[in-house]
Design a protein around this ligand. Structure first.
Ligand SMILES: Nc1ncnc2c1ncn2[C@@H]1O[C@H](COP(=O)(O)OP(=O)(O)O)[C@@H](O)[C@H]1O
Ligand SMILES: [Mg+2]
Length: 371
């Protein structure tokens, strides 16, 4: 059933592509054929003129006057003292007609060709985009399976250990910490999937409230602090207290959490470093940057990172956790608040900076009151 539905529109698109290709071939043939006809007509009339020349020569040797000759063979003229040739005016007229026809077929055919080729380009691009999305979706399915199964397996192992080994308090603490981490990972995965579903259903409640950006960033940084410390990553928040954006609070939290988690992971992968969160008022809104000294990415990947399921690099060799939903959610959630999101990096190994901006601050902004 599912396969039939996926196959349907694709087959239709391929059918139309074939139709367009066929029409293109027809137009090309039409142009060629019309040109050939125009040439043939031209040659036929020219041959006719040449018979007039023959006739004129014959009549002149019979002693007819030029006036009589021209009445019977109007497309000839004298050539030198005694010769006859096709009149230059007639030849010029013939040539003008031929060029006129060629030009008309060229324009008409060219127009159709342009329309057909443009349609084919659009269709091919749509087909290609669909194919890459389908491929990413498959990768995503594999990643989700892995993301759900590995923490579950790890939890099972911890439970088994506790039940069978009856570990002492120290080991028990270790196991509890590991189970916490596994649960975190599961919770993160599940909420990303649910958030994506709610963003895409289009009926997400768009509640906008003043959201204190600095407080939110500090709370999230504190949540991630143990993981950051373990990976040798320092998280700093540089934001004026009281700076608020008009945003969907749970959306803003998800945005910031995803950016921080990504930055933490990228910096940990570089062997440690620094993540800096900066927020400041910009125009009537708030701009927030999450900058890290992590592994970065090739600059040309910047806008693709926000695509659904997109993760740079070779799928098969990719080992780190992740699904490619995080930044997609960031982008969608920011748009729901009429804001935007952007990514920058000077290149692999050279850190990254993610910027988001909310367009409005609440009417009674505490930051402004203080100013
Ligand atoms: N701070 C960052 N530094 C370098 N690369 C990043 C950073 N944030 C995101 N990326 C790249 O963007 C990809 C997509 O991120 P995301 O949508 O959050 O998916 P996920 O985290 O599940 O891989 C990541 O796999 C990573 O390659
Ligand atoms: Mg992520």
């Amino acid at each position: 059933m599912r396969r039939a539905r996926r196959f349907g529109p694709r087959a239709l698109e391929l059918f139309f592509l074939a139709l367009l290709a066929f029409s293109t071939a027809q137009v090309v043939w039409w142009i060629y054929d019309q040109n050939r006809l125009a040439e043939a007509d031209h040659d036929r009339v020219e041959a006719l003129y040449r018979t007039e020349v023959e006739l004129a020569r014959h009549r002149l040797t019979e002693g007819a006057t030029w006036e009589q000759v021209l009445a019977e063979a109007p497309h000839v003229e004298p050539d030198g003292a005694s010769g006859v040739r096709v009149s230059t005016a007639a030849l010029a007229e013939l040539e003008r007609e031929r060029l006129g026809r060629l030009r008309r077929y060229g324009w008409e055919g060219g127009f159709f060709l342009a329309v057909l080729l443009a349609s084919m380009v659009v269709l091919i691009r749509a087909l290609r985009d669909e194919a890459t999305l389908a491929r990413r979706q498959q990768n995503f399915a594999a990643a989700v399976t892995h993301e759900l199964k590995s923490p579950l397996a790890s939890l099972q192992l911890s439970v088994d250990t506790i039940r069978l080994r009856r570990p002492g308090p120290e080991r028990l603490d270790e196991l509890a910490a590991r189970m916490d981490a596994d649960l975190d990972r599961l919770e993160g995965m599940v909420s990303k999937i649910l958030d994506t579903a709610s963003v895409e259903s289009g009926n997400r409640r768009r509640e906008r409230e003043p959201v204190e950006i600095a407080a939110l960033a500090r709370a999230l940084a504190a949540e991630l602090a143990p993981r950051a410390a373990a990976a040798g990553v320092e998280i700093a928040v540089e934001a004026p207290s009281g700076l608020a954006a008009l945003a969907d609070p749970s959306g803003a939290r998800t945005v910031l959490r995803n950016l921080l988690e990504n930055a933490l992971r990228a910096t940990a992968a570089a062997g440690g470093g620094r993540v800096t969160v900066r927020a400041r008022p910009e125009g009537p809104g708030v701009r927030l940057e999450v900058e890290d000294t992590g592994v970065g990415f090739p600059p040309e990947e910047a806008s693709k990172l926000f695509l659904k399921f997109y993760r740079p690099g070779d799928e098969l060799r990719r080992s780190g956790p992740g699904t490619g939903l995080g930044l997609y959610l960031v982008d969608r959630l920011m748009r729901l608040d009429d804001g935007w999101a952007a990514a920058e990096s000077a290149g692999a190994g050279r850190g990254a900076r993610f910027t988001v901006a909310w367009p409005t601050r609440p009417a009674r902004d505490p930051a402004e009151e203080g100013a």
